[in-house]
Design a protein around this ligand. Structure first.
Ligand code: NAP
Length: 233
């Protein structure tokens, strides 16, 4: 073992996840690039290594039990896990208005954005519990905020029966994890990266992926005794 901290970032082959991996790699951490597509994963690992990061690939489809179990095994073989960043997500399509929504698309958003987080978190929790300062960061969104969704003066993007409710549930799940894990050294928080130009929104965001990644990097590196169950942006 190298003695470096080990992190896993899901959906790290591009966008904000890639930049979270780059940010943790720049801190000297060993970073697992969780990604489902072999070519995209290897390209990201190569690029991170070229930038000096100690990156390694973790084949990961967050909706698949066997894939997630294999990822946990791979991490165990590499020495464990200190930080999990649940970043992978899908929108379920931008036009999922409630009255005409495709239930399959809504389910796809929940399956990836919520159940995927639960599946990955629980699979690697035994490894995290062995870490001195374990952290879980759930990359969420302000569009999941009930207060903001209900505020007529707040522009929270297209109406969506899929993406926004999935992030509301992720925020709630984050709080439930924090409650269960209170009294342990595992800190669990949710982060909103802001409106970031990525494939997720057709690159319409006004922030860079690197700017969007900063909040997750901060929550991944919280000191012991830091907040848990919070939502940060
Ligand atoms: P992105 O560029 O579309 O990246 C999404 C990543 O998730 C990709 O690596 C994708 O892999 C991966 N992914 C999706 N489904 C997966 C699955 N089932 N298993 C494994 N990986 C999967 O989006 P992004 O904008 O960087 O989003 C990153 C996070 O930030 C998400 O949680 C998103 O909700 C959140 N966020 C983004 C914004 C924004 O303005 N962009 C705002 C608020 C919150 P593939 O390449 O294989 O598809």
């Amino acid at each position: 073992m190298s003695g470096r901290k080990i992190a896993l970032v899901t959906g790290a082959n591009k966008g904000i996840g890639y930049e979270i991996a780059a940010g943790l790699g720049a801190l000297g951490w060993s970073v697992g690039v969780g990604a489902r597509d072999t070519g995209r994963r290897e390209a990201a690992v190569e690029k991170l290594r070229a930038a000096g990061a100690d990156a390694f690939g973790v084949p990961l489809e967050v909706t698949d039990d066997a894939s997630v179990a294999d990822a946990a095994r791979l991490l165990e073989e590499r020495g464990g896990l200190d930080v999990l960043v649940n970043n992978a997500a899908v929108t379920g399509g931008p036009q999922q208005q409630p009255t005409t929504a495709d239930p399959g698309a809504v389910w796809a958003a929940v399956e990836t954005n919520v159940i995927g987080v639960l599946r990955v978190t629980n699979a690697v929790l035994p490894l995290l519990r062995r870490s001195a300062s374990p952290r879980i960061v759930n990359v969420s969104s302000s569009v999941g905020s009930f207060a903001r969704q209900a505020d007529p003066g707040y522009q929270s993007g297209p109406i969506s029966a899929a993406y926004s409710p999935s992030k509301s549930m992720l925020n709630a799940l984050t709080v439930q994890y924090a409650k269960e894990l209170s009294g342990t050294n595992v800190l669990v928080n949710a982060a909103c990266p802001g409106y970031v130009a990525t494939d997720l929104n057709g690159h319409s965001g006004h922030r860079t992926p690197e700017q969007g990644a900063a909040i997750a990097v901060r929550l991944a590196t919280l000191p012991d005794g830091g907040p848990s169950g919070g939502f940060f942006r």
